[in-house]
Design a protein around this ligand. Structure first.
Ligand SMILES: Cc1cc2nc3c(=O)[nH]c(=O)nc-3n(C[C@H](O)[C@H](O)[C@H](O)COP(=O)(O)OP(=O)(O)OC[C@H]3O[C@@H](n4cnc5c(N)ncnc54)[C@H](O)[C@@H]3O)c2cc1C
Ligand code: SF4
Length: 327
């Protein structure tokens, strides 16, 4: 690992000012950043630790009925929070199935969606074509080892997937990432936070240099919600596919539906057409399966990942059934 300088910000104002320098990289929990430095994906010159900036931790109620989650709150603190468990089980379940308990004690809810793809070529020790590592160099996964890669939203420039579990739940909950920057903060809807290869094959998310996520806001309660993660082993493993679902049901009729998939695209993939079609259907009816299945008509397999289409379709169906309490 190459050496870098380290400093700690004492206030948000100080963090925003110092983060303007082009050679400064922010550190929150450090569980992803130090990996990047170790394998050479990122060569930080100056690391600015924001983990002790006051005002960016904790969970508070919003007047709108939702919750404001400070960006530096640890993943475990979010997952174990009584209101999150009761009102947003999908988020709690997604976090508990992420990484390991030790990592979740350090890793933050703001840093988690900023993690980069686990594509093995992107993280390779050897120099291989990768547009995310070296813009314009090509994509080794397109015709290479791509069993874990995308089935939605890929282009020949990049076929990677985004690995975060919590980001899938946040997309499904229509969460908002609240940011600050010396030129002004923003409110970024979770479904637009990550960048698809068609928009920019080199990018991961829409954050500007020096932009700090200060909080993540979730809207009204979603007690009928669930997260299903399919992985090659039952712990300490990224998703092969995953699905987050929210259902609102009155007299057995679906009145609102939200479904987002993980492990299938460079962003949590919302099944927006299915969400519309599900409204008005009776829970557990055959039409529910038809509505969710049709959302996969646009899925495109690579050479080694055709299995992900039926797998993610069944994952989505299972998550929605669990959310709607169909057993
Ligand atoms: C072995 C292993 C297994 C894992 N398994 C999973 C898994 O199954 N599911 C899953 O979802 N994740 C998994 N992870 C990823 C882990 O959850 C992330 O590393 C972690 O959430 C990143 O958070 P952090 O606070 O440590 O980020 P850091 O490492 O501190 O930062 C990561 C990036 O985010 C930026 N950043 C951090 N905070 C902010 C902020 N507030 N505003 C703007 N930018 C910010 C940093 O500048 C940096 O670029 C795994 C990680 C490891 C090492
Ligand atoms: S899929 Fe994306 S990250 Fe992986 S090698 Fe291709 S360009 Fe790089």
């Amino acid at each position: 690992m190459r050496s870098f300088s380290y400093g700690r910000a004492r206030s948000l104002e100080e963090a925003l000012t110092l983060a303007q320098r082009t050679d400064v990289t922010l550190l929150a929990g450090g569980t992803e950043l130090l990996n990047w430095a170790r394998i050479g994906i990122h060569r930080p010159e100056r690391v600015l630790d924001i983990s002790r900036v006051p005002g960016l931790t904790g969970i508070t109620a919003l007047e709108s009925g939702g919750l404001r989650i400070g960006a530096l709150t640890s993943l475990n603190a979010v997952a174990l929070h009584a209101e999150v468990r009761e009102r947003y089980p999908v988020l709690s379940q997604a976090i508990v199935q992420s990484a390991s308990a030790q990592l979740r004690n350090l890793a933050t809810i703001g840093g988690n969606p900023v993690q980069r793809t686990r594509c093995a070529y992107f993280r390779s020790d050897l120099p291989v074509p990768c547009n995310k590592r070296e813009p314009g160099s090509g994509c080794a996964a397109l015709n290479g080892i791509n069993a874990r890669h995308a089935i939605f939203g890929w282009t020949e420039q990049c076929v990677a997937t985004h690995p975060s579990d919590p980001a899938v739940a946040l997309s499904c909950l229509d969460a908002v990432y609240v940011t600050e920057h010396v030129e002004g903060g923003r409110r970024l809807p979770a479904k637009d936070f990550h960048v698809l290869p068609a928009e920019d094959p080199c990018a991961h998310n829409v954050l500007r240099h020096g932009e700090v996520i200060t909080a993540i806001e979730v809207g009204p309660s979603a007690p009928r919600s669930a997260y299903v993660k399919v992985r090659e082993r039952q712990s300490y493993e990224f998703a092969l596919t995953s699905a987050a679902a929210v259902a609102e049901v009155r007299d057995e009729v679906i009145t609102r539906a939200r479904i987002a998939l993980g492990g299938v695209a460079m962003r949590p993939w919302r099944l927006e057409q299915a969400e519309v079609s599900l409204v008005g259907l009776t829970v557990g009816s055959a039409q529910v399966k038809v509505a969710i299945t049709s959302a996969f008509d646009d899925a495109r397999a690579l050479s080694s990942n055709a299995f992900k289409i039926p797998l993610s379709r069944n994952t989505a169906l299972r998550a929605f059934q669990l959310a709607a309490r169909v057993r």
